[in-house]
Write a protein that binds this ligand. Structure first.
Ligand code: ADP
Ligand code: MG
Length: 1016
């Protein structure tokens, strides 16, 4: 703590205090002041300040001047006769007021409390202090401070805040909820408070903790992230959810408070956003030790009016004893008397004056203070020779006092000059704080003139106070002012004529938009709010879409959807063609957000609405886009509907003269047929030619999803390396939250290619990493579970595969279980075959066949992504079962069907296995010629494609064949090749990986790699 005059500067908590109250100051202005105060009584040059506060960045030295001016205003310094900061022309600045150091003191030291004017809050304050004692013992405390406007919530919290910051090592931070647009900014007060903590001298440790424990929060402060950290961070937060974000900040706060307490103050929670409520709820409910105190203020009436779920949350927490509430009552008469006694220490004021003020104000402190100030202004009270006296009999004053606080405030406004009123009106439209530049165009005045006028008002303690300098991309530094109380702002705003208000809102929105320059996203909600209030609904909608983007970047998809819903409400007020276009755009965005939440039905509904809106309005581009999006959610819940949607998209594209769009849609439609319906050569050709055409057109607009569809199609034709390359790009590039599902699609595609290529170990690693991430994010790791079940099957771990499927069913996944159900059936079928094989339990075969049949049956197993591939797998299983049980004719029939199915696809893996099954049957039937032909067909495939999983089986059958025909040299060479494939697959696993051992010890594998002597 540094003391000068009546100020105390608390660098640890970035606070400036005057007496008991906090002097609001913008962060950078605080830094400048701190630097000067910490280097007092000597010249500080501009260069030194620039070097210390903006290292490594270019800053116009003019900005420093602005800051000094701003700080002078806040301190109440005068340019001509400075008491605090002196300008040494052309050289720099010097802090001239005497500065004393003050160590953290205990609460008994009341030396500076003489300046305090808080009265009547002893009990409330001691309650807060008692709670703080518990906090220092590791018991987290959540306290709500409730009361009507002006009752003294902020005053009480300020006083407690100052008490807390005087305790050793205590860190404090505040976050403000904002009226109007704040509720549309997820985690607004928490981000505000973190921004504070990240600027304190101990910020290094705070940032480290955030980076380590709360990357989803750290990423919200791009300016604090080093370039080399960015990529890793982006990967780390992939797929993050609201749950993860909330949990991470809780853990980070717990870690930050493990050494020393933190006091967080969230002000004016009646304007809170839903995500912050989630956060408060989690903070209150966690049982971990934490030296954390959260004090929240709110106005009960406004809470009810705002319909916020704050009411329910607070009630619930109170019932469970997880929070406490301090309801501030109006001041009693003796407190009013006490206030007068501290305000006018030596006076001859009549004792009845307290009663007069008490009666009129009804104990509302804001009203009380306003009455007293009014009396001074009117000259009823004045100071003579150091003594305050009343110049008029009380009885004559009494009738003149306004009846309500509202009237009182209005009266105060009316006494201002016309230009002062104009400036304040415009300021009140901006919000709780405003800068002259923001209202200059609206008022057609120069910002300097407005600034002079505001300074004058602030110096007279009229309505506003200076709070320092605001830095903006295009307005390089501007004075900022704050209304002394929200009610002042409200009083001024309300008396402004509605038409004028709307005009001001519009002008301010325009000004904010130009000032925010190339990065309007940061101010999107604010700009949208002003456009809406100004009746510019089109612009409002556009900025709401940007605000929704912001929410999505904070993984707050529900908030994102709420913002979009709000945008939809504005659409009817927009002229037809534009309105429809925006509506389609908003609806499509909503579909994306629902998709990101995993709400597939809702997502599909939103895309369908977007498509039909676009169709009605004849917006074909938008229609194609929405219809194309539909295949994503429908792919999960109803593939046929997804296919119908892409077909419609194709139809519409055909009616347009846009070759790139047509090619894109063709590629998507053909690919969707192939992946969700069935394989047709025509579609495969179309898909490939469309892709080629897009490459020739240099089409950069192809959505990632379309490319992944194409890559899947390639993978299913054995073009694994091309597919992998595209998937790989998809994974690297898609590390943004907005396209998370596409990222998963790319990752999933990559595993398909790797599984076909026998790189099982790599898939296992992807699965494990993916599951870890899902756990962190609180997501259902369905995709990774699906892949593990498939992987285990290829590694002949049928038990393991079945087990994974069981866990999927237990998870009650939101995703349709077609695929895992199928894998489970096939795995169980193979397990049954294996059982039949090893235990000679013939009863197992019919059971296996029944399971495989269920997979083939389109009733029992409706369509899902790549369903046909699994159905062919089931055919393979049936053949195997018939063959093992000695039913050769049945096996032959099925094997022919299998070959037929496989040849209708372009999948080398399936085709090699289908030929191999024919060969097996040939061997059993001792039709050596047929067996050899078929083996050769399969071997040809192995030459052209990298399919080792089919490979070892083909060579194993060839081995059998040539042993049976007594060609032992050839037989042995096939056995060796089978063994080669097997070892290749096994070696894709890490050393010591249990699944590797399971694979190598499976019966068919052991037979190949350790054949009994007589089989050599
Ligand atoms: N306990 C108190 N003693 C003296 N003055 C008070 C007290 N509480 C509030 N005030 C005065 O009333 C004004 C409004 O109080 P504030 O704390 O801002 O109210 P709230 O936050 O509840 O709306 C303050 O600026 C201060 O001047
Ligand atoms: Mg307040």
């Amino acid at each position: 703590m540094k003391l000068f005059e009546s100020f105390r500067l608390d660098p640890a908590n970035q606070c400036l205090w005057r007496g008991e109250s906090r002097v609001p100051l913008t962060p950078k202005a605080f830094d400048v002041l701190r630097y000067l105060v910490e280097h007092p009584a000597r010249l500080v040059t501009q260069d030194e300040l620039l070097e210390a506060l903006w290292p490594g960045t270019y800053v116009n030295p003019e900005l420093i001047k602005k800051y000094i001016l701003g700080i002078r205003k806040v301190l109440g310094d005068r340019h001509d006769n400075p008491v605090y900061i002196e300008t040494l022309p052309k050289r720099g600045y010097q802090f001239i007021a005497p500065v004393t150091d003050h160590m953290a003191e205990d609460s008994h030291d009341l030396s500076s409390e003489a300046a305090s004017k808080m009265v009547g809050r002893e009990i409330a304050l001691s309650e807060l202090q008692a709670a703080f004692k518990k906090v220092t013992r590791g018991q987290r405390q959540i306290i709500f401070v409730a009361g009507e406007p002006g009752i003294g919530k902020t005053t009480l919290v300020d006083s407690f805040h100052r008490y807390a910051s005087r305790q050793e090592n205590v860190r404090t931070a505040r976050g403000q909820c904002v009226e109007g647009f704040g509720g549309k900014e997820p985690y607004y007060p928490m981000l505000d408070a973190l921004g504070h903590l990240a600027r304190t001298p101990s910020a290094g440790a705070t940032l480290q903790t955030l980076a380590k424990r709360a990357p989803t929060w750290f990423i919200q402060f791009p300016a604090l992230i080093r370039p080399e950290q960015r990529d890793a961070l982006q990967r780390e937060i992939l797929g993050a959810t609201r749950e993860r974000m909330v949990r991470e900040i809780c853990e980070a706060l717990e870690s930050l408070t493990s050494e020393a307490p933190i006091l967080l103050v969230f002000e004016d929670l009646h304007w809170v956003d839903p995500s912050t409520l989630d956060l408060i709820s989690a903070l209150a409910r966690r049982r971990e030790e934490a030296k954390l105190m959260l004090v929240c203020t709110y106005r009960p009436v406004d809470m009810i009016l705002s319909n916020s779920s704050l009411k329910g949350l607070k009630h619930d927490l109170l019932v469970h004893d997880l929070c406490a509430e301090i309801a501030l009552e109006r001041l009693p008469e003796p407190a009013v008397a006490e206030y007068l006694a501290t305000e006018f220490p030596t006076s001859s004021l009549p004792p009845a004056m307290a009663n007069l003020i008490y009666r009129h104000s009804e104990g509302n402190p804001l009203f009380m203070v306003a009455i007293v100030q009014d009396m001074i202004k009117k000259g009823f009270i004045s100071q003579h020779n150091g003594e305050w006296t009343l110049n008029k009999p009380l009885e004559t004053i009494d009738p003149g006092v306004p009846l309500s606080l509202q009237q009182m405030l209005e009266l105060q406004v009316e006494r201002l000059t016309a230009s002062e009123q104009r400036v304040l009106e415009a300021g009140s439209v901006v919000g709780a704080h405003f800068s002259p530049w923001a209202i200059a165009t609206a008022l057609d005045e120069s910002p300097d003139r407005i600034e002079d006028l505001c300074d004058d008002l602030a110096a007279r303690q009229q309505m506003i106070k200076a709070i320092g300098i605001q830095e903006l991309p295009s307005a390089m530094g501007a004075a900022q002012y704050e209304f002394r109380h929200a009610l002042y702002r409200q009083a001024i705003y309300r008396r402004t004529a509605p038409g004028k208000r709307a005009r001001l809102h519009r002008a301010i929105a325009e000004r904010l938009r130009t000032a925010s320059g190339p990065s309007p996203r940061q101010f999107a909600s604010e700009i949208a709010f002003h456009f809406e209030a100004g009746g510019e609904f089109e612009q409002a909608t556009r900025f709401l879409v940007l605000a929704a983007d912001n929410a999505a970047a904070r993984f707050a998809y529900r908030d994102c959807i709420q913002v979009l819903q709000h945008a939809l409400e504005l659409i009817p007020k927009i002229e037809a063609p534009l309105g429809a276009e925006l509506e389609a755009q908003v609806l499509e965005f909503m579909g994306d957000a629902q998709y990101a939440l995993g709400a597939m039905a809702e997502s599909a509904a939103a895309y369908e609405a977007a498509a039909s809106r676009a169709s009605q309005a004849g917006l074909r581009n938008a229609q194609v886009s929405a219809l194309s999006s539909l295949v994503r959610p429908f792919g999960f819940i109803d593939p046929d509907k997804g296919i119908a949607a892409v077909n419609r998209a194709l139809e519409v594209s055909r009616s347009m003269q846009d070759p790139a769009l047509l090619a894109r849609t063709q590629m998507l439609a053909a690919g969707s047929h192939l992946l969700y319906d069935r394989w047709r050569e025509d579609d495969a050709v179309l898909c490939a030619s469309a892709y080629k055409q897009l490459q020739e057109l240099g089409d950069a607009n192809t959505p990632p999803f379309h490319k992944m569809i194409y890559a899947h199609v390639q993978a299913l034709q054995g073009n694994y390396f091309e597919a992998l390359e595209i998937f790989e790009k998809g994974i690297a590039k898609l590390n943004q939250t907005a396209t998370l599902m596409e990222h998963f699609f790319a990752l999933s595609g990559k595993t398909v290619a790797l599984l076909r290529m026998g790189r099982l170990g790599e898939v296992l690693q992807i699965v494990r990493h993916g599951r870890e991430m899902a756990e962190k994010n609180g997501n259902d790791p369905w995709l990774f579970n699906f892949r593990e079940a498939w992987l285990r099957m290829l590694a002949l771990d049928f038990e393991g595969s079945t087990r994974v499927c069981e866990t999927i069913f237990q998870m009650k996944t939101a995703y349709p279980v077609g695929q895992p159900q199928t894998i489970a059936r096939i795995a169980r079928g193979y397990a049954a075959i294996a059982g039949g094989f090893t235990q000679l339990d013939k009863g197992q075969y019919p059971r296996a066949i029944e399971l495989f049949d269920q997979v083939r049956d389109s009733q029992a197993t409706p369509k899902f992504f790549l369903h046909w591939m699994w159905r062919i797998n089931a055919q393979l299983g049936i053949c195997e079962a018939w063959l093992q049980s000695g039913e050769i004719e049945k096996a032959t029939g099925e094997a022919d069907g299998l070959l037929n199915s496989a040849l209708q696809t372009a999948d080398p893996h399936l085709q090699a296995l289908a030929w191999e099954m024919q060969a097996q049957i040939g061997v059993v039937k001792q039709d050596w010629k047929r067996a050899e032909d078929c083996v050769n067909k399969a071997l040809e495939i192995l030459i052209r494609f990298e399919v080792p999983v089919a490979g070892w089986q083909v060579h194993a059958t060839a081995w059998q064949l040539y042993r049976s025909t007594q060609k032992f040299r050839e037989a042995e060479s096939h056995r060796e090749k089978a063994q080669g494939y097997i070892l290749k697959i096994a070696d894709s696993f890490a050393e010591g990986e249990p699944l590797r051992e399971t694979f190598l010890s499976a019966t068919p594998i052991v037979r190949i790699i350790q054949p009994p002597a007589e089989e050599r």
